[in-house]
Design a protein around this ligand. Structure first.
Ligand code: FES
Length: 144
């Protein structure tokens, strides 16, 4: 059911925890399954120098959080904004169809953290981040 890559990141997740001096924090939840993802970003000179997460949820939610933080660490904000849930799924070698919504949660958690970062800078986040679907209700692939 799960790829080797998903199992690797589920059994040995990277970047778990909090960043004490994070300057971008975002939390999103899935109203259907109750899973919650909290993302902490440390951004310096437009670069994401550190990313950590706390996820209360399924194996896919943990694996997608783990690989998503790996994909954005060391990258400019612009790259993180471009990170789609499809890119996260591809990096994991795929997810079962009914677990695709878990990768949406990771994408939205990063966007929520970046929105918080922009707000702290006194910048309207919607100009850069756009709309955040916090409860994942738009996702029709969730069978749970
Ligand atoms: Fe809810 Fe995976 S995020 S089941």
């Amino acid at each position: 059911m799960y790829t080797q890559k998903v199992m690797e990141h589920f059994e040995n997740p990277q970047n778990v925890g909090e960043i004490a001096d994070a300057n971008g924090i975002g939390e999103v939840g899935n109203a259907k399954c109750g899973d919650i993802m909290k993302m902490f970003l440390k951004i310096e000179n437009g670069i994401i120098v550190d990313a950590k997460f706390k996820t209360y949820g399924c194996a896919s939610a943990i694996a997608t959080s783990s690989i998503a933080t790996e994909l954005i660490k060391g990258q400019p904000i612009e790259k993180a904004l471009e990170l789609s849930n499809k890119a996260v799924v591809d990096a994991l070698g795929g997810l079962p169809t009914h677990k695709i919504h878990c990768s949406v949660l990771a994408e939205q958690a990063i966007k929520a953290a970046l929105a918080d970062y922009y707000t702290r800078q006194g910048v309207d986040p919607t100009l850069f981040v756009g709309e955040i679907h916090e409860d994942c209700d738009h996702c029709t692939s969730c069978g749970e």
